[in-house]
Design a protein around this ligand. Structure first.
Ligand code: PEP
Ligand code: MN
Length: 331
């Protein structure tokens, strides 16, 4: 249950309420709010004088629930707003920053098209310890150069607690990768950060578990959370994962968080990325995260799914046409 407290309660009263109901006490906009588990179904009559309103939604999806707040939450990265009605922000770039030449060539190409958010991993989360793990700090330096030279906002991922603050400091949007979705030390560090967070869905997580991970960030004081659907593991093996487009509809109907789709990791093959991207755009997602590489076959990670420049140019122009037809803006 969400218990919005009356303004001006003293610390001892707040602490006593927190003690009585359990849960997390936090500040949201100008209010003090107590977030409890679902075992609390109603406040005690003697506490009603301390309480402005309560919201009971029957699940631990609380701050993210439309029932609590129906206006969409907007994330701000540089001068790019993600989550505004009728707009889709395209975020593109290689899976990993590999070299200065590869990063700058891709940024020049994308910024020339009008793309405003550049993605690339510096600390890569890989399934094998023997695969390329990313350029680490050197990668972050290359991303800083992209921001400086092209004015693009940067999104890059936090892989583990060894470099959480370094990445948070360097990036404009913190990407929490699929495998890190369950990492509470990363989620809590994101909660304390004053930057938007793109939280990818673990490939084995239900929507409930995924949005609860978002609640760790929201309840810790960071309201700028985006949910990124990147495909879940199903019995199907022809595609790398299965993009849960029905799940996107559920999130749009029940949560107040911007939804971003990542067709690249879901499909796993460059040929299908454009079709999936247009499908998600047709659903009105707030953002698309797409892998683009100057020479995909030479990529050091996710080679088969990265689009080359020609394919991305065609996709971008078809997204513009789709946007015109549906009354959307591509940012
Ligand atoms: C990525 O975005 O390059 C990535 C590693 O994605 P995911 O965490 O979804 O696997
Ligand atoms: Mn990748």
């Amino acid at each position: 249950m969400i218990i919005v407290l009356k303004p001006g309660l003293d610390a001892a009263t707040e602490a006593a309420l927190c003690q009585r109901y359990g849960g997390v006490l936090t500040s949201i906009d100008a209010s003090r709010v107590l977030l409890t588990g679902n075992d609390v179904s109603a406040p005690l009559p003697e506490d009603l004088g301390y309480i402005e309103r309560t919201v009971m939604n029957g699940t631990d999806i609380q701050l993210a629930a439309r029932q609590y707040r129906s206006e969409p939450r907007i994330s701000t990265a540089g001068n790019v707003l993600i989550g505004e009605p009728n707009s889709t922000v395209v975020m593109g770039g290689p899976c990993a920053a590999e070299s200065e030449e590869q990063v700058m060539q891709t940024a020049e190409f994308l910024s020339g098209l009008g793309v405003k958010v550049f993605r690339a991993g510096a600390f890569k989360s890989r399934t094998s310890p023997y695969s390329f793990q990313g350029l680490a700090t050197k990668g972050l330096e290359l991303l800083a150069k992209v921001r400086e030279r092209y004015g693009m906002a940067i999104i890059t991922e936090v892989r583990d607690s060894g470099h959480t603050s370094e990445v948070i400091e360097a990036t404009d949007i913190i990407q929490v990768g699929a495998k890190a979705m369950y990492d509470h030390s990363i989620l809590k560090a994101c909660a304390r950060a004053n930057k938007p967070v793109l939280l990818k869905r673990h490939f084995g997580a239900t929507i409930q578990e995924w949005v609860q991970a978002a609640e760790f960030i929201l309840s810790g004081g960071n309201a700028q959370v985006m949910l990124c659907e990147r495909g879940i593991r199903t019995f199907e093996s022809k595609t790398r994962f299965t993009l849960d487009l029905g799940g996107v509809e559920w999130l749009k109907a029940h949560t107040n968080l911007p939804v971003v789709a990542d067709p690249s990791h879901a499909m796993g093959h460059a040929y299908g990325v454009a079709g999936l991207a247009r499908a998600a755009m047709g659903q009105g997602v707030s953002g698309l995260l797409i892998e683009v590489h100057p020479h995909p076959s030479r990529a050091r990670s996710d080679a088969s799914q990265q689009m080359d420049f020609d394919a991305f140019r065609q996709l971008y122009s078809s997204l513009q046409n789709l946007a015109t037809a549906t009354g959307y803006r591509i940012i």
